[in-house]
Design a protein around this ligand. Structure first.
Ligand code: KG4
Ligand code: ZN
Length: 361
């Protein structure tokens, strides 16, 4: 099956072609034939964060050429495509609309199925992309950790379509905390990669930042109470950083800022590893699967590798190129929909900016 993927949920405009097939043992494998990703960072940088109107206008401008490039690089022609998969949520409403409408037009013109894809499920499926990637059959059921700019959660992943939520953040996502922390320290945007670079080889024990409210009760806003030991909270560490900077303004100029940055990164990565460890302790998982933009972070990857070694479990973290938003993960996840799973009403589907990981599609 040859699937075209389209991703426009935030500030990356991306199109990809993925070929999926069964190997000799009957396991589902993917080959990424092309994955064109245009990051709009330069366009949003002057504003210190993503401006939704600029993002959607950029998607309109860039997507046609990116689609042509993705197809050309794949070596296929339009008539070779078997389906179009597209992110329809969660994300920025005005950005999702551009990708979804382009996908609908293509599916109609080529007379092939449209597969609306949940961006969060695609992030977790990104772990199964790449030359050395294991298959779902080899890894699931698994504990799955999703850490992106908008989401932080721990789930049980039975297969690419079946999830049980174990814990999620009560407030900010980890990526959001990194981005906002970087902004407080005047480091620029996007915060995550700058924090990682600045923290390299610096003293992560310089400041002891909080690791989230592990023992306090869940949020009153939570619809489904979760075991407290699996929930995350990153607004406290961000506030602690703010107070620290107010009380120690000298670190902005005396050369100690990279140590503060390293300590901040360490606190966030520790909290992520700690909740993951709780789930490994309490449940009987034999594998850990991780995806999302923050998984590009070497400090976090290292902590998860240590955990996996300590608990003797198989660890699969998405390859760095597939951690941040990309259309290859959308196309590959789309290819897991067999004929019976395709929604005959897909052409009528709308965007859903708040689509949860546990949605039915
Ligand atoms: O998954 P993603 O591309 O977009 C969302 O779906 O949110 O994740 C973006 C997030 C941003 O918060 C960004 O700062 C963070 O991933 N990120 C990183 C790194 N690269 C990107 N965080 C820490 N270290 C990195 N190297
Ligand atoms: Zn994402």
């Amino acid at each position: 099956m040859i699937v075209l993927g389209i991703e426009t949920s935030c500030d990356e405009t991306s199109a990809a072609v993925v070929q999926s097939f069964k190997d000799d043992a009957g396991r589902h494998r993917n080959r990424v034939c092309s994955n064109v990703v245009y990051s709009q960072i330069a366009r949003h940088k002057p504003y210190g964060g993503v401006v939704p109107e600029i993002a959607s206008r950029a998607h309109v401008e860039l997507l046609p050429k990116i689609l042509e490039d993705a197809l050309a690089q794949s070596g296929f022609v339009w008539s070779d495509l078997d389906a179009v998969a597209v992110t329809h949520g969660p994300g920025l409403a005005s950005s999702l609309l551009i990708g979804l409408n382009a996908a609908k037009a293509l599916a109609m013109r080529l007379d092939i199925p449209l597969i609306p894809v949940n961006h969060l499920k695609a992030h977790l499926f990104s772990a199964f992309l790449g030359e050395d990637a294991p298959t779902v059959e080899e890894v699931c059921p698994a504990l799955a950790l999703l850490v992106s700019g908008g989401h932080t959660c721990l789930v049980e992943m039975t297969d690419p379509h079946t999830f049980r939520l174990l814990g999620e953040t009560l407030d900010d996502a980890a990526g959001e905390a990194l981005d906002k922390g970087a902004s407080l320290m005047d480091l620029g945007y996007p915060g995550g990669p700058i924090i990682e670079k600045t923290a390299k080889n610096r003293n992560a024990a310089f400041v002891s930042f909080p690791r989230g409210m592990k023992q306090r009760g869940g949020s009153p806003f939570q619809k489904n109470p979760m075991p407290q030991e699996y929930t995350f909270s990153f607004s406290g560490v961000k506030t602690a950083l703010r107070y620290y900077l107010q009380q120690h303004p000298e670190v902005m100029t005396n050369g100690a800022l990279p140590d503060v940055v390293a300590s901040y990164q360490e606190a966030i990565c520790d909290a992520l590893a700690d909740r993951t460890e709780q789930a490994l302790k309490n449940e009987s998982f034999t594998s850990l699967v991780c995806g999302g933009g923050v998984l590009r972070n070497g400090c976090l990857r290292g902590k998860l590798a240590d955990l996996a070694a300590a608990y003797g479990i198989r660890l699969r973290i998405a390859e760095p190129a597939y951690c941040t938003d990309n259309a290859a993960m959308v196309a590959a996840f789309g290819a897991t929909f067999d004929e019976a799973m395709l929604d005959p009403g897909a052409m009528g589907i709308d965007i859903d900016p708040n689509l949860p990981l546990t949605s039915s599609c």
